[in-house]
Design a protein around this ligand. Sequence first.
Ligand code: GGG
Length: 361
Amino acid sequence: SPAHSSDMPSYSIASIPADGIGPEVIDAGITVLKALADTLETFRLDFTHYDWSSDTYKKTGEYIPDGGLDRLKKHDAILFGAVGSPDVPDHISLWGLRLAICQPLQQYANVRPTKVFRGTQSPLRNCAVGDLDWVIIRENSEGEYAGQGGRSHQGRPWEVSTEVAIFSRHAIERIMRFAFETAQQRPRKLLTVVTKSNAQRNGLVLWDEVAKAVAQDFPDVTVDKMLVDAMTTRMVLKPESLDTIVATNLHGDILSDLAAALAGSIGIAPTSNLDPTRQNPSMFEPIHGSAFDITGLGIANPVGTFWTVVEMLNWLGEKDAASKLLECVENVCEQGVLTRDLGGNATTKEVTEAVVAEIRK
Ligand code: GGG
């Protein structure tokens, strides 16, 4: 039987639940992954837990201990919860943990799919299932997150600060190729390139130029260009006109939060931080943050993490398992087992148990 087959693939997963509702949703994600592996008997999973969080930072002064990144590199994938704590400034926690993993591990492609699940409702008028089905590709290594800048004359009335956005031809080209390849694999073969090149007249003009050059290699992909401000209105007014979207680090971050909310809730959407060269493990996380207002109440929506593990399984090559899990999650939504953010009253545990029951059917 496959259960005893020695050539059954086995994946080593690093789990970093981190802050707020992170541990609750990661626990739910691991529960459904284990149920899926037990039921299908086509792959094995082995989890190593890393207790890196804002609590650890408060005790030890660091998020990632010495040698931590080298330990992470030994895994096939990283499953991450959320970072952010009321008693650590956000720029310390973001740079101390999430960016401290994504940037050195060269996870330069941040992929954020969004769609309206069966059984859920978009807040947009007349937006049915199928009308909103997007993949946002966010450049994940530089731009406004390059960490360049500084402050002088701190605290004085004449204080100045700079936040320098870096756009390199190399990084734009590799994210653009990734975005075109993603668009090419989707039925509509449509890529919307988002910039603000009317105002950001250096880096984002380079972005437009590189997009145009890369487009030559993908004649089957239809390309359109949008300024980010106009893009927000198009997302709200004509969701069915969009499919694959590529944007800078900051624009992609903002547009993907909007996208998740337009699909029903920030609680459902996943994020993959990919190293497309596969030299380093990629990291998968729900798009939402640590949500301290609901931490410990047992009401966090685990669907974002379930879709996250679907994306992780796809990346690992377990396509059948991934589509089965996504189907089970959507069935559970259709049965009306929904957390409060989606208009229901189910708890995290109830949604998780319903998905496990669906997997075992
Ligand atoms: N699971 C996603 C998460 O923890 N996000 C925290 C956050 O503040 N992210 C900001 C960003 O991605 O730029």
